[in-house]
Structure formats: structure tokens, C-alpha cells
Design a protein around this ligand. Structure first.
Ligand SMILES: Nc1ncnc2c1ncn2[C@@H]1O[C@H](COP(=O)(O)OP(=O)(O)OP(=O)(O)O)[C@@H](O)[C@H]1O
Length: 260
């Protein structure tokens, strides 16, 4: 597998009992890109992400991350791979009884239990700033934060281990347009400054137009197309056409052009 391919999925099948969610699904994610993953509700975007990060064992197929076939790793090898990615789950998934700083420290405690406490505090403070939160957010509890701040706290936690790869599941869902645009800018600037590869599930057309290098479209249990938005539109596929050229798609194009 080429060094340029960070995630490779081949012939993936996922099912829950009789319900087949994915069948013969193939996908490559290239190093350094922001790949947007779109599809109707229930097409299996989150299940795909969960399969890649090892939370949903596939029925069939091969998934490699950083060139390593995930199904054939020992526990310690899998741990080494997991250290190299960060995940922002849908809704942020913060621990409500922990402060923001303690939430950010969760992966540090899991992977580096012997790390000096002062160093953990320092790393958490740094990640909180990197995520665009004010420094005084550290001692706050999630319930004291706005929706946008919770998402940023989730990003700070996802960045805790200096990942090369970031998984974001609907990061702008529930944010107002200004908050969502701010989050898009944060994602883009993290990708650029840290050289991250980003796997980004979204329904947000503004996000797709503003920051995604390529977009993968899930339908019919597989990835039916992947490419830049212009490449997807050239395919003349009815769902893609309707998705990108419907009223919301047109508004997103106008916003992208207005934003330069
Ligand atoms: N743990 C589970 N047990 C049973 N069925 C599940 C489980 N997780 C997901 N599913 C089913 O798999 C399908 C795909 O779910 P998934 O959450 O991946 O969709 P999605 O594309 O992310 O949807 P949305 O855009 O609405 O978030 C759905 O029909 C869902 O009900």
C-alpha cells in the first residue's frame, strides 16, 4: 500500500442481524487530506468510522490504517496504532463528571499512565488553547460550556496524543452558522499546521465546500463515488446532483464564493 494512503478499506461488510449496512465497500483516505463523508441518514457513516477505529468488527473485508491491517494486529500493536489517531464522537462524548482539563487528560492517562501530573496539566492546558478555548475553560465542567465549546473540548481531547489522523463525526451538528464556520476554520487550520489527515462525517454542505479536499458519498451500502465536489457533480448521479444542487447546496456554493 502506498505511503500516501492512510486508511484503506476493501470489500467491507457490516451487518446487524439481518440488516446489512455495508457490502463491498471500498475507500481510500489520502495522507494530509480532509475527506468529507456524506450520505443519507442511516447509510452507515458512523458505523464505517466505528469499523475503521476498531469499535465495530466487520463481517467481511480488510481495513488498514497507516499500512497496518487492523484485523491481524496483536493487542500491543493495535494500541500503538490507536495512539496515532484522535476521535471526536457525535455530540462530543465528554465525561460529564470530569472537568475539561480532566477530559483532555483521559487519553494521556490511558496510554501513558506513568506520566507526571504536572506534565499532564501542561499538555491539557496547551491542547485547550489549540482547540480555540479560553485558558480558563480547563477547570469547567461540560455542563458549564456552550455547544460550540463542548465540541472544542472534544477536539482538545482528540488532540491529546498529538495524532496524525483525526476522525470527526458531525462536528458542526447543532452549532449556529457562525459557530459552525468557526469550527470549520479550526479544523482547516489544525490540518494545515499539524499536517493532519481528517476523516470527517458531515451533513453540513458549508463544511464540504469550505474545507473538504474530497468527498465520499455513501449510498446503496457502499461508497458510490469519491472525488472533489466538481468531480462528483460531473458524474450526473441523481442523489449527488440533488444533494449538491438543491436549495441548500446552492446556498452553500454562494457562501463559499462570498467567503473567497
Ligand atoms: N449498535 C448497533 N446495533 C444495531 N444497529 C445499529 C447499530 N449501530 C448502527 N446501527 C444501524 O446501522 C445503520 C447505520 O447507522 P449509522 O449511525 O452509521 O448511520 P449514519 O449514516 O451515521 O446516520 P446519521 O446521518 O443519521 O447519523 C442504521 O440503520 C442504524 O440503526
Amino acid at each position: 500500500m502506498s505511503d500516501d494512503i492512510v486508511i484503506s478499506v476493501r470489500g467491507l461488510k457490516n451487518a446487524f442481524g439481518e440488516q446489512v449496512v455495508h457490502e463491498n465497500l471500498d475507500l481510500d483516505v489520502h495522507r494530509g487530506e480532509i475527506l468529507g463523508v456524506v450520505g443519507g441518514s442511516g447509510t452507515g457513516k458512523s458505523v464505517l468510522m466505528r469499523s475503521i477505529i476498531g469499535l465495530q468488527p466487520p463481517v467481511e473485508g480488510e481495513i488498514s490504517v497507516f499500512g497496518e491491517p487492523m484485523a491481524h494486529l496483536s493487542e500491543s500493536e493495535a494500541l500503538e496504532i490507536r495512539k496515532r489517531w484522535g476521535v471526536l464522537f457525535q455530540g462530543g462524548a465528554l465525561f460529564s463528571t470530569l472537568t475539561v482539563a480532566e477530559n483532555v487528560q483521559v487519553p494521556l492517562r490511558e496510554f501513558y499512565p506513568k506520566l507526571d501530573l504536572a506534565l499532564m496539566d501542561e499538555i491539557a492546558a496547551y491542547k485547550i488553547i489549540m482547540a480555540g478555548l479560553p485558558a480558563d475553560a480547563g477547570p469547567k465542567f461540560p455542563a458549564e460550556l456552550s455547544g460550540g465549546m463542548k465540541k472544542r473540548a472534544g477536539i482538545a481531547r482528540a488532540l491529546a496524543l498529538d495524532p496524525e489522523l483525526l476522525f470527526l463525526d458531525e462536528p458542526t451538528a447543532g452549532l449556529d452558522p457562525i459557530g459552525a464556520a468557526g469550527f470549520d476554520e479550526l479544523t482547516k487550520s489544525l490540518q494545515k499546521t499539524l499536517g493532519l489527515t481528517v476523516f470527517l462525517i458531515t451533513h453540513d454542505l458549508d463544511t464540504l465546500y469550505a474545507i473538504c479536499d474530497r468527498v465520499a458519498v455513501l449510498a446503496d451500502k457502499r461508497v458510490i463515488a469519491v472525488g472533489t465536489i466538481d468531480e462528483l457533480l460531473a458524474l450526473d448521479h441523481p442523489w449527488i446532483e440533488q444533494y449538491f444542487k438543491g436549495p441548500r447546496g446552492r446556498a452553500a456554493v454562494a457562501a463559499a464564493h462570498a467567503g473567497g
